[in-house]
Design a protein around this ligand. Structure first.
Ligand SMILES: CC(C)(COP(=O)(O)OP(=O)(O)OC[C@H]1O[C@@H](n2cnc3c(N)ncnc32)[C@H](O)[C@@H]1OP(=O)(O)O)[C@@H](O)C(=O)NCCC(=O)NCCS
Length: 152
């Protein structure tokens, strides 16, 4: 049910990211800093040029997404891990991240990192369970973001 995404999937991916982001982050990021929608089609298409997107499909529709960017010879970065609210807590996020990790290993990457919101305790728990450790903090006007890393 996980497959590589193509430009024809862009509109569905955009919906998944924007719906899931609004639902999750509106409560932790103050109104003055909250961007809605978080991603435009133009930005997504730009990201398609530098990342590989993967989607989890249910009954032919994308309900979850994750993307892999190669940052260096051995290092990659995970972006845009978003699951539609009604599909969360069913193991789809875990399956997508494991899939991305497998793809990363296949192309010789040794390390993956990602950035998430420090106050998003659900996301930090999710990645910790997958073996990612807190590596660094980045100050933001609303608090801090955290880099999490894992050796593959
Ligand atoms: C974070 C997210 C990707 C997790 O995806 P998911 O498919 O719901 O996660 P899984 O079902 O694979 O959960 C695996 C484990 O992560 C942890 N976890 C997941 N969601 C959690 C939550 N809301 N609160 C606390 N822990 C959570 C749990 O340990 C869970 O295991 P359990 O269900 O056996 O307790 C999803 O909740 C989501 O899209 N959230 C909004 C966007 C977001 O924050 N993205 C990540 C950072 S950009």
């Amino acid at each position: 049910m996980i497959e590589k995404a193509y430009l024809s999937d862009a509109q569905e991916i955009l919906l998944v990211i924007n719906i899931s982001n609004r639902e999750a982050y509106k409560k932790v990021i103050p109104k003055e800093y909250f961007r809605e929608p978080v991603l435009s089609l133009t930005e997504l298409l730009r990201d398609f040029e530098r990342m590989s997107f993967y989607v989890y499909k249910s009954e032919g529709r994308s309900v979850g997404v994750a993307a892999l960017e190669v940052e260096g010879e051995e290092r990659g970065r995970i972006h845009w891990v978003y699951i539609l609210p009604e599909y969360q807590r069913r193991g789809i996020g875990t399956a997508l991240v494991r899939y991305v990790e497998q793809k990363a290993k296949e192309i010789g990457l040794k390390r993956l990192r990602l950035l998430t919101v420090g106050q998003a305790d659900w996301a930090v728990s999710f990645y910790k369970k997958l073996g990612y450790a807190l590596a660094d903090e980045v100050e933001r006007p609303w608090g801090f973001d955290v880099f999490m890393e894992k050796e593959l």
